[in-house]
Write a protein that binds this ligand. Structure first.
Ligand SMILES: [Zn+2]
Length: 273
């Protein structure tokens, strides 16, 4: 399943076979893509599964419009930055909107995301409280609909892990993982997935080395970071190098992890029924 072979016959009657390695992008923001050609090129190159995330109800709506239920699936939620922009009196209504969008689009929505805590954006005790409230409400929705969560954490890893553990969340993707090895291993013991971007660092290399292959995901976070979903190739190469695997073997594992985590096979089944 990992190698896609395309057979084409050229104008001169020659048979040409091209081999591509299948990959998945476990976290991106396709609604922000200025050049849709980059998305098409990524899919053509073998990135056949893309999980695109909304960050507020405006982008959640756009996210759902982009889901084709074939290659592109959606995560919807309110992220910590946008949580801070919510007026107190609108909070219930905005949370309800997310829940309704999930309920009405179960064939497109594969996760609640992007959600989480970002202490670089919340400078006061009060603002941290606001982020925590919205994060908890998003976790309520995930629990209600039995969906995985895509969690953003910046300068907040210990609080994020404590919140998820207190809530006994089972299906967690720690997106753009920024923690250290200890935090990564704690997360792995809770069954969470460590999602790696293409941005390389000594700390990330150590995490990739220690985290079991079946707990790793690869993501582009494009275009917020990186250029396009195709960036996941770089992550797969890095995982292959650090774990001493072939590129194909690393890609296969990372792709299967993504499909399994987001229940993509079931969603594809829905489409065919
Ligand atoms: Zn993101």
């Amino acid at each position: 399943m990992v190698v896609i072979v395309e057979k084409q016959i050229t104008r001169t009657g020659e048979r040409v076979e091209t081999q591509k390695t299948e990959l998945a992008d476990a976290h991106c923001h396709l609604d922000m893509m200025k050049d849709w050609e980059l998305v098409k090129k990524s899919i053509d190159s073998g990135v056949l599964t893309l999980i695109t995330n909304g960050v507020d109800n405006r982008t959640n709506k756009k996210t759902l419009e982009l889901c084709d239920k074939r290659n592109i699936f959606g995560a919807i939620g309110i992220d910590p930055e946008n949580a801070l922009k919510l007026e107190e009196e609108d909070l219930d209504e905005e949370v309800e909107k997310v829940a309704k969008m999930v309920k009405d689009n179960m064939d497109k929505v594969v996760a609640i995301g992007e959600i989480g805590l970002d202490y670089t954006k919340a400078g006061t005790f009060e603002l941290v409280g606001k982020q925590k409230t919205v994060f908890e409400r998003m976790l309520d929705i995930a629990t209600k609909f039995d969906l995985p969560v895509c969690v953003h954490s910046r300068n907040a890893m210990d609080d994020v892990l404590a919140t998820l553990e207190a809530r006994e969340m089972q299906k967690v993707q720690l997106h753009f993982f920024e923690g250290n090895v200890q935090q990564a291993m704690k997360a792995v013991r809770s069954g969470y997935m460590i999602s790696m971007p293409s941005i390389d660092s000594t700390k990330r290399r150590q995490v990739i080395k220690d985290v079991p292959l079946d707990k790793l995901l690869c993501e582009s976070d494009s275009p917020a970071a990186g250029e396009s979903p195709k960036d996941v190739e770089k992550v797969a190469r890095l995982v292959a190098e650090i774990k001493g695997l072939t590129y194909e073997r690393a890609s296969e594992a990372l792709t299967l992890n993504t499909k399994r985590f987001f229940n993509i096979q079931t969603k594809l089944g829905f489409m065919r029924n």
